[in-house]
Design a protein around this ligand. Structure first.
Ligand code: WT7
Length: 653
């Protein structure tokens, strides 16, 4: 147990000592294959950022006109590659056709019902140009905002790229959101168009997307046009004359030869709404050149991309992970990407492994919440399939508990695949900290080290640097090309939320600790810290201890008010099937006590069938805090995936 010495620094109590070295076979062929190579890149980006990023941008993006200034930094505003003209769609698509690689597969797509489609880079270029021509015909111009609310079809990526091609700003809205959420987003961004589909396939059912959009459009006065892809068929799709048009009527007839428009580096590329911890969703703004470069280079470094890889990121394009690591990163790098439309458990719980086997996926990038679901569903689903094509595994979205890490490593990776635990945020545009798979020995639960260009800083309550092994607020001390440029229409919130606490530095909102080896450990959101008898504990460590018990599947830990201790520890637990009785309860308390110490032993443990999660799979601790304290639920629940699980928890309390 470490002592809390600094001003409100956070105690770190969980000790993870396992270390996994990359296999020499992997290292030999790796893009970054020596520690010295990384150190040189890192030092160059930190010490001479202008020279470093000038070379990176010139080498890795196409420029219609060269830039004359690398970074104009007037905190908190950064302009990157000032004076240059480029186009993210050109970099992601046309550049490969230009380079003679037009016949390479860009997208291998599989629909939930099992239908498939492939697109070479040349085919993608034509489809994107046709879509762009259609958008122009429908009155979309540079600077207009286009909302995209679609299933994971190739047309979703095509629509994003078509916007980028003409300088329109896309705002992708995850297709699980309600009409209310769509309308909020349309109105906040003054969207001029919505692109959607008739329906969406989900676990064998058809969800009527267009009907939901219609409800939203009744409250979205700025939207003039709705472009509708036919995906699920049926002739009952409501179409409003003068507003709604079919994709196949408008796009299919286009010639497909519209060239990508040269755009200023700082041209807005997209807005992506993310839920703040409370209140109204915020539109994170990313612009063209810096974001594009960051997505491409981080993809190449972290995923060790090689020409013959088959890469699959299981995220949805409705999240930043889909933007950066399904569309802009991998396509700019010329990768072959698998894209899957549906649920991981349809028609059965082995769908992912069937896809890995079928397409000989070499790199798999998924989320801890999925990994924990696979563990719960059972190993036999995995054992049915040959996963020997895999060479690298990635994780994103939240910390991956050491237990889930080990299962992913052994069961999916066959013990031979490095795991890259990638820490980043919607705001950072791309991965900030991650192992480099050829060189970084990994520790389960740590996102290891910063990428070149990322200068992390951990501070206490007063803004002073904390020592090694102490937890504190994680900030980023230098601008980087992929950083957010603002919150759409809300400069004040942008300044207050990210740039005020530790002036001049970007406040991530996460707590972290750096260990003696220079490895970073994310300790959860700043708001999630609990204070027990004056000790500040990170919820994630208590959760990891709980999950390391063989009968626990998932755990969420929050603080609740306690007269004596300040806060008591309340845990919500789902089990892998064992009966939830007092005996198990005692066992779990004892288990945490053994793993961490008496201080971290939960006061209450509640068994539940499911934990309330956001639609992107993050546990909603904010709501659980209310449940634990017996309070009325406060704040926004619009991004909640499963309201039922929460209602049930409340009833029981
Ligand atoms: C927050 C960002 C990153 C893209 C998808 C989510 C948490 C993310 C990790 C990780 C520990 C992680 C952080 C972060 N998070 N990745 N590898 N280890 N925590 O993007 O919705 O903007 O969420 O997710 O708390 O701040 P997002």
């Amino acid at each position: 147990m470490s002592e809390a010495t600094q001003s409100g620094s956070i105690d770190h109590v969980l000790h993870e000592r396992r270390l996994f070295h990359p296999k020499p076979e992997f290292t030999q062929k790796a893009v970054i294959s020596t520690v010295e190579q990384y150190q040189e890149l890192y030092a160059a980006a930190r010490d001479t950022p202008d020279a470093f990023w000038r070379d990176q941008a010139n080498e890795h993006l196409h420029w219609f006109e060269p830039f004359d200034e690398v970074c104009r930094w007037e905190p908190p505003h950064a302009n990157w590659f000032v004076g240059g003209k480029t186009n993210a769609c050109y970099n992601a698509v046309d550049s490969h056709v230009q380079a003679g690689r037009g016949d390479k597969l860009a997208i291998i797509w599989e629909g939930e019902p099992g239908d498939t489609r492939t697109l070479t880079y040349r085919e993608l270029q034509t489809e994107v140009a046709k879509c762009a021509e259609g958008l122009v015909e429908l009155g979309i111009q540079q600077g207009d905002v286009v909302s995209i609310y679609m299933p994971m079809t190739p047309e979703l990526a095509i629509a994003m790229l078509a916007c980028a091609r003409i300088g329109a700003v896309h705002s992708v809205i995850f297709a699980g959101f309600s009409a209310e959420s769509i309308a909020d987003r349309n109105n906040d961004a003054s969207a001029k168009m919505v692109i959607t589909s008739d329906g969406l396939n989900r676990r064998g059912n058809v969800l009527p997307l267009k009907a939901t959009v219609d409800e939203a459009l009744a409250k979205s006065p700025t939207v003039q046009t709705c472009l509708v892809l036919r995906r699920t068929g049926g002739d009952d799709t409501p179409m409003t004359a003068g507003r709604d048009v079919w994709w196949h009527d408008v796009i299919d007839k286009q010639p497909g030869d519209l060239a990508a428009k040269p755009l200023d580096s700082e041209t807005p590329l997209f807005i992506l709404y993310t839920s703040g911890s409370t209140g109204k969703p915020k539109g994170i703004l990313h612009t063209t050149a810096g974001y594009n470069l960051w997505a491409k280079r981080t993809f190449q470094w972290v995923f060790d991309h090689r020409e013959d890889d088959v890469y699959w990121c299981t995220a949805d394009c409705g999240w930043i992970t889909g933007h950066s690591y399904i569309v802009y990163g991998p396509l700019s790098a010329g990768a072959t990407c698998v894209m899957y439309e549906g649920a991981p458990n349809h028609p059965a719980e082995d769908r992912f492994w069937e896809l890995v086997e079928k397409y000989k996926v070499t790199i798999l990038y998924t989320a801890p919440t999925a990994v924990r679901a696979f563990i719960k569903w059972g190993d036999h689903h995995v054992d049915k399939h040959d996963l020997s094509s895999l060479r690298l595994l990635g994780s994103v979205g939240e910390g991956i508990n050491p237990e889930a890490w080990m299962w992913y490593h052994e069961k999916i990776g066959g013990g031979r695949c490095p795991i890259v635990d990638t820490w980043w945020q919607t705001e950072t545009g791309g991965i900030m900290m991650s192992p480099l798979p050829g060189i970084t020995p990994t520790k389960p639960g740590s996102c290891t080290k910063p990428l070149p260009g990322v200068v992390p800083m951990i501070v206490d309550e007063l803004g002073n640097d904390v020592d090694t092994e102490h937890g504190g607020k994680l900030c980023i001390a230098q601008p980087w090309p992929g950083m957010l440029r603002g919150i759409w229409g809300d400069e004040q919130r942008f300044v207050e939320q990210y740039w005020t606490d530790v002036p001049g530095n970007y406040l991530t909102g996460d707590n972290a600790r750096c260990d003696r080896d220079g490895y970073y450990w994310i300790m959860g959101r700043i708001d999630d810290v609990i204070n027990v008898s004056g000790h500040r504990l990170s919820t994630i460590e208590v959760e990891s201890a709980l999950v390391s018990h063989p009968d626990v599947c998932e755990a969420a830990v929050v603080g609740r008010p306690d007269d004596l201790k300040g806060q008591a520890i309340a845990a919500f637990v789902t089990t892998t099937g064992r009966e939830c009785n007092d005996e198990l309860l005692k066992e779990l308390k004892l288990h945490v006590r053994k793993q961490i110490g008496a201080l971290a032993q939960p006061d209450d443990i509640r068994f539940t069938a499911a934990l309330p999660k956001t639609r992107s799979g993050k546990i909603m601790r904010r709501l659980l805090r209310d449940v634990a304290a017996g309070r009325e639920l406060a704040g926004d629940t619009s991004t909640l995936e499963d309201l039922a699980s929460l209602a049930k928890l409340q009833e029981e309390s």
